[in-house]
Design a protein around this ligand. Sequence first.
Ligand code: COA
Length: 159
Amino acid sequence: MDDYQVRPAVEQDLDAIVALWKEFMKHQTGIDPRLKVRADGEPHFRTWAAEALSLPRRTIFVAHSPSGELVGYTLVIIASNPPVFEPAEYGYIQDAFVLESFRGKGIGWKLTQAALAWFKEQGLAHAMLHVLDKNERGIAFWRQAGFDSFLHNRRLELI
Ligand SMILES: CC(C)(COP(=O)(O)OP(=O)(O)OC[C@H]1O[C@@H](n2cnc3c(N)ncnc32)[C@H](O)[C@@H]1OP(=O)(O)O)[C@@H](O)C(=O)NCCC(=O)NCCS
């Protein structure tokens, strides 16, 4: 696991991050086809990820092999609560992904620790994320990482 290091993403990583995101989306939509990626999802994600490299309220950490190949990433943001809840802001883990053949080596753990450390540096008191109900491995991973069950999302098809 020490062979794989985590660092903040830089502009030169963008193509590789978009490629990882595409694999992440394949994984997520394969778990639950009700989750659908828009035809123009990729360019939107690219813009969003590019902004994360410069905007103060988003950031991306990447995991790389000794030769520099990117094998995983996490994209995290500072999210705002509606103005009736405390605290005003919290850390939100939007994406977390490790290529299948590199899973189970502690890479997701390292990415998550980097994200949580960044949240703490920003003065945030808690972190949140969404995980698909059918993503058993993801649910187990987040539980191991210390995330409690909190909100339960419900969905009803109308058409
Ligand atoms: C979820 C995901 C990011 C986890 O990444 P990973 O690299 O496979 O996970 P890790 O190898 O870091 O963690 C695996 C295990 O080691 C534990 N672990 C790893 N390093 C550790 C450390 N230093 N200390 C304590 N526990 C550690 C993890 O908690 C976990 O425990 P378990 O195997 O006993 O359940 C990865 O499986 C993935 O990309 N899945 C597909 C996409 C996905 O579902 N993402 C989440 C969407 S919400």
